[in-house]
Design a protein around this ligand. Structure first.
Ligand SMILES: Nc1ncnc2c1ncn2[C@@H]1O[C@H](COP(=O)(O)OP(=O)(O)OP(=O)(O)O)[C@@H](O)[C@H]1O
Ligand SMILES: [Mg+2]
Length: 314
């Protein structure tokens, strides 16, 4: 496990203005925005080679360490299932306002190795080969789930969640997005969904909890949905040109080496529809969060999440 130096993080946390994404002490580089969280590097000597994902808003140490424990379990289960993941670690910071912030750490990987950056410049054949590799990696999870029906795993297959391995990492693609511990034991999610709900604006929170959260989570346990999401997201990454080939290639895999998954073939039309809907939902969600931030700021209250200015879509 990576040892994460706590002192710098305490200083960073205390000097951070999340709504403006600046700390009066340290410069940060944003490495990537996901739909939910922000991955960054803090420019401090001790943290040079570490990518950090900041998860704020834990109300007690127990809650934060419960999440961290599950995070470790998920990462180790991914390894057991045969997924290659980078070195990782975590730190829990207690802030003076008694809020706990969890920092998940990973070895910092070169920007060009992250697959959404890499695929942008790839020739069609190379890109299709990469997509095939990603689908094969995710299929290790479905195999694990068949073999371990009482403890199944979810995975987010999007292209931005993978990195081309450096020489020291072995042959398989590296899976980066291991921060949401998707473990289901006897059909029960172990993940503390409150942590995610808390990051949503209050009006949306109830709606999410009642209607959508389960649906959103289920998607990551369903082989077909994970593949649809991977393929549709190529549009976001600027490779709409790949879609028709990717659908054909994946469908071919589903008839041959992945026939055991018993998945219906994908259609071009569903990919289009899915992408439009997905883009719409996340755009609305981000606007709602920004509005929430504005209201809290006007009320003179702290808004604890770092938000992207916009989600870049090509
Ligand atoms: N170890 C790392 N080294 C370099 N860049 C990273 C690393 N981990 C993540 N990133 C960058 O940050 C982006 C987002 O990371 P990741 O997929 O883990 O989080 P996420 O998509 O925000 O997750 P979620 O949406 O589930 O909150 C990646 O696509 C990548 O560009
Ligand atoms: Mg991601």
């Amino acid at each position: 496990m990576i040892k994460v130096p706590i002192d710098v993080l305490v200083e960073y946390e205390e000097s951070l203005d999340p709504s403006r994404k600046i700390s009066s002490k340290y410069r940060i580089d944003i490495l990537g925005y996901g739909e939910i969280s922000t991955v960054m590097r803090i420019n401090a000597e001790e943290l040079q080679n570490i990518a950090l994902k900041r998860i704020p808003g834990f109300s007690s140490l127990e809650e934060a360490s419960g999440y961290a424990k599950l995070y470790v379990e998920y990462n180790e289960l991914l390894r057991k299932a045969g997924i290659n993941i980078p070195e990782y670690g975590y730190a829990i910071i207690e802030r003076s306002d008694k809020i706990y912030v969890l920092y998940l750490a990973q070895e910092l990987l070169p920007r060009e190795s992250i697959c959404n950056n890499a695929i942008r410049k790839m020739k069609i054949d190379d890109a299709l080969y990469l997509i095939e590799e990603v689908v094969l990696e995710t299929s290790k999870i479905w195999k694990w789930n068949l073999d371990n029906p009482y403890k199944i795993l979810g995975i987010d297959g999007q292209i931005s969640n993978w990195a081309l391995p450096g020489e020291e990492h072995g042959r398989d693609l590296l899976y980066l997005d291991s921060s949401t511990p998707m473990i289901r034991e006897n059909n029960r999610d172990l993940l503390n969904t409150e942590v995610f709900l808390r990051s949503a604006p209050p009006i949306i929170r109830t709606l999410l909890k009642r209607l959508y959260l389960q649906q959103i989570l289920d998607r990551y346990y369903d082989p077909r949905s994970v593949i649809v999401d991977l393929v549709a997201n190529l549009i976001k990454e600027g490779r709409r040109d790949l879609i028709k080939y990717a659908v054909a290639r994946v469908n071919n895999m589903l008839k041959t080496e992945l026939a055991w998954l018993e998945i219906e073939p994908l259609t071009l039309k569903e990919i289009e529809t899915y992408y439009k809907e997905d883009a719409r939902i996340w755009t609305i969600y981000l606007s709602a969060r920004k509005l929430h931030r504005r209201i809290l700021t006007l009320l003179g209250k702290r808004y604890d999440y770092l938000l992207p200015d916009e989600i870049k879509r090509y």
